[in-house]
Design a protein around this ligand. Structure first.
Ligand code: HEM
Ligand code: HEM
Length: 176
């Protein structure tokens, strides 16, 4: 296990903050263009969302794989129920990241489109166009995004509570 004595190791910390930045950016962009009427502006923001997602894809997969291989750091000292809840939220967050990063590209490919990365790289669909699957994936992508908003809010709120109370020894576990 690559953890130091007070929490997560360097790679885990870089992975955590990089993925947090990417996920929050993707959420913000997605929610922003989702409400827009069809048109050039919506397409612009959607392309940005897709390009960032495609560029970050490999690292995000590595981030989830790394946690699965290394396991979690031993829990902070707090009531057992809170330890279980915190572990559950972490697992659900990782699952959410996976679902979003798999359903996103598949949504595009099942519509028979290529993934365009900043207009420079084009990744053609390796699968045939499947309309029903496409519709289902869109639903999955949207619903999981909403669930992730709840999970991230809970996660950040729990961190803030711990830091305010400064009782649970959270300090230094995810930063230097
Ligand atoms: C921006 C605000 C965020 C803060 C302040 C924050 C803070 C933390 C802290 C302090 C821990 C260590 C908990 C422990 O030691 O038990 C942690 C772990 C974790 N966080 Fe966050 N986090 C944030 C955003 C996110 C986001 C957006 C995600 C994913 C969507 C995320 C996913 C995780 C996961 C899965 C863990 C478990 C360890 C790991 O695999 O990295 N966090 N977070
Ligand atoms: C954590 C990562 C991601 C988050 C939080 C996220 C979030 C969102 C949100 C909130 C929406 C608007 C709701 C909707 O229309 O479904 C959306 C739409 C979309 N996202 Fe993502 N997304 C992520 C990753 C990706 C990736 C990696 C791709 C592709 C490379 C992608 C492609 C799309 C597409 C094509 C749409 C429009 C779907 C439609 O036409 O309704 N997303 N995303």
């Amino acid at each position: 296990m690559s953890k130091d004595r007070i929490g997560y190791g360097r790679i885990s910390r870089i992975n955590h903050w990089f993925a947090a930045l990417v996920v929050i950016t993707m959420l913000s962009l997605g929610l922003y263009f989702h409400e827009m009427p069809r048109g050039a502006e919506k397409l612009y923001w959607q392309h940005l969302h897709i390009s960032i997602g495609a560029l970050a894809w490999l690292w995000i997969m590595f981030r989830v794989f790394w946690r699965m291989r290394r396991g979690f750091a031993p829990p902070v000292s707090q009531a057992a129920i809170k330890q279980h809840l915190s572990r559950l939220v972490h697992i659900l967050l990782l699952a959410g990241i996976l679902v979003m990063f798999i359903s996103g590209p598949l949504t595009i490919w099942t519509a028979g489109r290529a993934i365009e990365v900043f207009g420079v790289i084009s990744i053609p669909s390796p699968i045939p166009e499947i309309h029903d699957f496409h519709e289902w994936l869109e639903e999955v992508h949207e619903i999981t995004a909403r669930v992730m908003i709840g999970l991230i809010s809970l996660h950040v709120l729990a961190t803030i509570m711990h830091l305010i109370r400064n009782r649970a020894g959270l300090r230094g576990r995810m930063w230097g």
